[in-house]
Each structure stands twice: as C-alpha cells, then as structure tokens.
Ligand binder design. Structure first.
Ligand code: CTP
Length: 395
C-alpha cells in the first residue's frame, strides 16, 4: 500500500541503473510520490531526464545547480522521505554508507535521513561475495538498514551467479512490505472544508477554511488501506483519486451527506468548518444596493457532529475538531463532552502556523479519558498521520 507515500530513490553507478526507470514507473503507478537523487556515475548509465520525466519531479545530482546557484538541501530531501531506497547500490556506495563517508549529495541525504533506509545491491558475483563487501553489508544490517538481496542469474560480465539487482517488481514488493496497512477493511468517513450559505444568487456567507486538513486526513487514512469517504465543502484541493469524494456546498447538504454515510463508518473524523447559521431566506434575485444598512436574518444550522454523537454505537470511533481563539482547553473539553466524542483535535489561532488556509497545523488531542496529547507544528499531512496513528491506537 504505497498511496501517498514519499519515496526517495537513490541511483548509483551500476549497469542496473536502467532498471530504476521501471521501478519509478511502478512506484508512481502504486500512488507513491517519488523524488530521485543520482550519483555522478549513475548519470552515465541513465539520464536524469528519463527519471525526472517518470517521477514528475526534478532529479538531484549535486549540492547546487551551477547555472542558478540554487542549493539542493539534502536535509529537506531526507526529511521529506517516508522511505529512502538506494537501488542500485554499488559496492562503493555501500562501503561509504557503512563508514559514514559523505562525498556526494546521496551520502549526505543518507546521513540526514530519519526514515527507514533500504539498499538493493548490484555488482558482479565475486564482488558480492568478497569479505570486505560482506562485512560492509553486515554493518548496514546491524544499523537496521533493510537489504533487498541481489538475485542470481546472468550478470553484465557474462558470468552467472548472485549479484543482479532485485527485479523492480520484487523491489516494489519489498518497499510495500515496509508499510503495513493497518486499516484494511475499515470504513472511514471524513468531512472538511468550509460551507457556503447562499444569501442570493451571487453572494454567500462563508469562512476561510481551505479544506487542506480534511483532504490530508482522507489521504492519511487511505494510506493505511481504509475505504475513505470524504464529504468536502467548496475547496480547491484535490484528494487522492482512490477516495470517494462527495462535493457539497451548504451546511445542510453537508449534514445530509455526512449523516447518510455515518452508519457504515467504523471511524469518523469531522474537520469541516460548518457555518453555524444560514440566511433565513435566500433572495431569488440579486439584492440591490439601497440604504446604508442591510439586515440579513440568520437561522441556526444543525450541528452535524452532535447529531452523529447522539447516534454513535460503542463500536464506532467519532472525533471532531475545535478551532478556538481563547480558553482553548475549556471550550474543546465542552465540545468533546457535549457532542459525545472519543476525542477532539484542538487547534488554536493563537499558535503561529496553526488553523485555516496554511500548509501547517499545530494540534492537541483531548480524549474522553481526560488525557491530552500535544503535537509539534507540522505540515498538514504529518498532522493527519499523527491523528491516524492515534486513532489506530484506540482500535
Ligand atoms: N460542527 C458540526 N456542525 C456544525 C458546527 C460544528 O459538525 N453545525 C463540528 C465541526 O466540524 C467540528 C466541531 O463541530 O468538528 C467543532 O466546531 P467549532 O466550529 O469549533 O465549534 P462549534 O460547535 O460550532 O461551536 P462555536 O462555534 O461556538 O465555537
């Protein structure tokens, strides 16, 4: 299950580098996001253009671009990745990895990586069984680097034996096995985005929600193998194609769509910024400008989360969000209790980088046992993955 996973592929100077093109294609087909870094020697075997075209991303070979002076930040690339795989990995690269030698971008990325690292060795059979290589591979293994063993067969030298890089299909399987799907067979319901409450045919009352958090949540649950339904208010975000998206506009439409999918949901997380009120009457014609003041009467919308909380069974997990500007903990706790939730995700507009619109969020989870779990400021997909991990912990 590689949907949405960020795979950083390191390609080094072996004839097997031509197989990297197939590997990139297979990863993309599985829904992974791929970035490629190559050593200088690797570019003699396969062009960066081939791999950038297939990965749909620039390929990095050096610390900086000589033409523009632009710096390729190895730390950012390393931290971006959910998994770093070096395929093919030459004896030289493996020796450097084993000994912390950092004389190219790929090695600097390796030394900065916090994610799981996989190597797929490729070399001639005598090199593959040389005691020095065996020792170096052992060092990597002891450092918990996963080894996709070379396969046996005809080698580029004409000899036959172990040393061929594992076939791309087998590497794909190896990579997938590093990401067990923990929510296979579960139905997940998410809502997100703002709602628009029509005033007349051209105007509405809305809010600043972008829908990014809801989409990130849907993507993060889908990454774990869940079947995800996302009820999404007006938003420019594009959810992963495997997600069942129901587009709505008003709070009433969101209520109907969310309530009707609740019964079969094992896990429901409502992140939408639902308008609490809507205009009592929607003018059929555009309201013309007249006096200095205009009064629009508003009536209360139904609370979707509270309605689901009232229907919830003990087998279902139900969570909501609380966006606050003051007395954050107190208000979040009230919502958790009043709406009968398993947990609530609090974000405060007083925290820089949290809340609507931006790429990041900073949240605290409050649960129905009275515990709180604080998280750092992170990009919204990482926040969503924390919420998924937390939810899996409850199951
Ligand atoms: N919510 C909902 N339906 C509404 C209003 C809110 O389902 N009509 C949900 C939101 O999706 C969120 C949670 O309730 O998960 C809390 O929303 P929030 O706007 O923070 O709080 P409200 O309950 O609307 O209270 P207030 O606006 O007074 O803070």
């Amino acid at each position: 299950m590689l949907r949405g996973k960020r795979i950083l592929l390191g390609v080094t100077g072996s004839i097997a580098a031509y197989k990297s093109a197939t590997l990139v294609r297979l990863l993309i087909k599985e829904g992974a996001r791929v970035q490629v870094v190559m050593t200088n020697d690797a570019t003699s075997f396969i062009t960066p253009l081939t791999l950038s075209t297939l990965s749909k991303n620039p390929v990095y070979t050096t610390y900086f671009d000589k033409e523009t002076g632009e710096w390729n930040n190895h730390v950012d690339l390393a931290l971006w990745a959910d998994l770093f795989i070096v395929a093919p990995a030459t004896a030289n690269t493996i020796a450097k990895m084993a000994n912390g030698i950092c004389d190219n971008l790929l090695q600097a990325i390796y030394l900065s990586a916090k994610c799981p690292v996989v190597v797929a060795p490729a070399m001639d059979l005598d090199m593959y069984r040389h005691p020095t290589f065996i020792r170096n591979l052992g060092i990597l293994r002891d450092m918990n680097i996963r080894i996709a063993e070379a396969e046996s067969g005809e080698l580029a030298s004409g000899l036959t034996g172990q040393g061929r890089m594992a076939e791309p299909e087998n590497l794909l399987e190896f990579i997938s096995s590093q990401f067990p799907s923990r929510l296979n067979g579960k139905n997940v319901l998410i809502n997100g985005g703002p709602t628009y409450e029509a005033v007349d045919p051209v105007r509405f009352i809305g809010n600043r929600s972008s829908g990014k958090m809801g989409v990130a949540l849907a993507n993060a649950f889908a990454e774990e193998g869940a079947s995800v339904t996302l009820v999404l208010g007006p938003s420019n975000e594009t959810p992963d194609e495997h997600i069942d998206v129901i587009r709505v506009e008003s709070a009433e439409e969101m209520y109907n769509a969310t309530v009707s999918h609740f019964k079969k949901a094992d896990i429901t997380v409502l992140s939408a910024a639902v308008a609490d009120y809507r205009p009592k009457d929607i003018s059929k014609q555009k309201i013309k400008k007249s006096g200095d003041y205009l009064q629009i009467d508003l009536v209360k919308n139904k609370d979707i989360l509270a309605a689901l909380g009232a229907k919830k069974t003990t087998k279902q997990v139900l969570a909501g969000f609380a966006l606050e500007t003051e007395n954050e903990m107190k208000f979040a706790k009230q919502k958790l209790n009043n709406k009968n939730l398993n947990f609530i995700v609090l974000n405060s507009l007083r925290d820089e980088g949290a809340g609507f619109g931006g790429e990041t969020n900073k949240v605290t989870i409050l649960d129905d046992k009275g515990k709180t779990h604080k998280f750092e400021l992170k990009d919204k997909l990482s926040v969503a993955r924390d919420i998924v991990d937390y939810t899996i912990g409850l199951l």
